[in-house]
Design a protein around this ligand. Structure first.
Ligand SMILES: *[C@@H]1O[C@H](CO)[C@@H](O)[C@H](O)[C@H]1NC(C)=O
Ligand SMILES: CC(=O)N[C@H]1CO[C@H](CO)[C@@H](O)[C@@H]1O
Length: 354
């Protein structure tokens, strides 16, 4: 009898594990292959070899790019080199990449590990750049002022217990932002369990000097976050659930869920076209390849555009897809004057015509 019971328990455990493995594979979209979708006149950007995890283009064509991310469990081609912020002027025909010099003595440049970025332009046209940083695998948000002589003046470091492991931010003021927290930097032990079991611990916090609040929670890895041009809606990418959520933003900064869209790909960063309001999303078609790197079978890239997201029938288009032979692990894409700039976690950046 006891033996039978043991066998039953063992059988149950096996069944659970099997179910669990299939849900894990589903969350990572482990069996997805990519059908290539090409764009005309694509060129790899010279000077970007170790990632362009996030990027943001100002209305005047200046693009800020974060490079050199070291993310737990993810490939890096330069594990010992600090990260940088790069600048490209997309108004030029053949734009070059320039490293922005960081000025100020409070930021340790040797452990600079930039991740998500966001800009805020105030009424005097001062541009602030907010950068998620992981020095020694901690999480901070660094506030910089962009100086026209092509440098970044470091103003302050923001840390908070509700910002334990920030992935991406969207600024709504120089010191006001929404941040997605993914836990990957905060709890090195629990992170693998969260990842494997899908505990959906990840949340979004609103930060201001006056107060910090959790405004949305229960995500299976909250990743990119962005805001509509009129500032009324916040978009959140839930990476392992393959969803983009649309929230209404209230005057008191709280968020209410309006709707969620489903995809067949792991949605990473969201960039919103300031004129049309279209969403451009950098995606990982197959998450297994991004989390377990194999140069023989590299992670693919995919960019989708979502038009009319607020209507009953949003239009979703796969604008670019590559099996990783050209571009590995796309995270972000943003359009400027008929061209598309695509960034990756640890690989290169591609600049194409639309
Ligand atoms: C914030 O505003 C919304 C919409 O007006 C309201 O429903 C909600 O109760 C408010 N929340 C707080 C914490 O004030
Ligand atoms: C290209 C681009 O817009 N990337 C976005 C990634 O997410 C951050 C945070 O929302 C935005 O600020 C970036 O603009």
């Amino acid at each position: 009898m006891a033996k039978l019971l043991m066998l039953t328990i063992a059988g149950l455990a096996l069944a659970l594990l099997r179910d669990h493995r299939s849900s894990y594979q589903k969350r990572l979209n482990a069996f997805r292959e990519v059908t290539p979708v090409e764009l005309p006149n694509c060129n790899l950007v010279k000077g970007i070899e170790v990632g362009a995890e996030d990027l943001e283009i100002l209305p005047n064509g200046l693009a800020f790019i974060s490079t050199g991310l070291k993310f737990p469990g993810i490939k890096s081609f330069a594990p010992d080199k600090p990260g940088k912020i790069l600048l490209m002027d997309l108004k030029e025909d053949d734009p070059a990449v320039l490293e922005l010099k960081i000025i100020g003595n409070k930021l340790d440049l040797s452990s600079f590990n930039p991740h998500g970025i966001s800009t805020f332009t105030d009424e005097d046209n001062t541009v602030y750049l907010l950068v998620v940083n992981h020095p020694d695998f901690k999480s901070t948000v660094e506030l910089f002022k962009f100086q026209e002589e092509k440098s970044l003046l470091h103003l302050k470091t923001i840390q908070h217990k509700l910002l334990p492991s920030v992935n991406d931010i969207v600024a709504v003021g120089p010191e006001h932002f929404y941040a997605t927290n993914d836990h990957y930097f905060a709890d090195p032990y629990f992170k693998s369990w969260e990842m494997y079991l899908g505990l959906a611990w990840s949340y979004v916090a609103y930060y201001s000097p006056e107060g910090v609040h959790v405004v949305a929670e229960g995500f299976d890895f909250a990743n990119g976050i962005s805001i509509s041009p009129d500032g009324k809606y916040v978009y959140i990418a839930e990476l392992l659930a393959h969803k983009i959520h649309v929230y209404e933003k209230h005057a008191n900064w709280t968020l209410t869920l309006l709707k969620s869209l489903d995809f067949d790909t792991l949605v990473d960063n969201i960039s919103v076209d300031p004129v049309t309001g279209d969403l451009w999303v950098g995606c990982h078609p197959n998450g297994m390849r991004i989390f377990v790197y194999d140069s023989e079978n590299p992670p693919a890239s995919e960019v989708i555009r979502i038009q009319n997201i607020l209507t009953e029938q949003p239009i979703v288009t796969v604008v670019y897809a590559d099996n990783g032979r050209v571009l590995q692990g796309s995270t972000v894409a943003s359009a400027y004057r008929g061209k598309l700039l695509i960034g990756t976690v640890f690989h290169k950046a591609l600049y194409c015509e639309l």
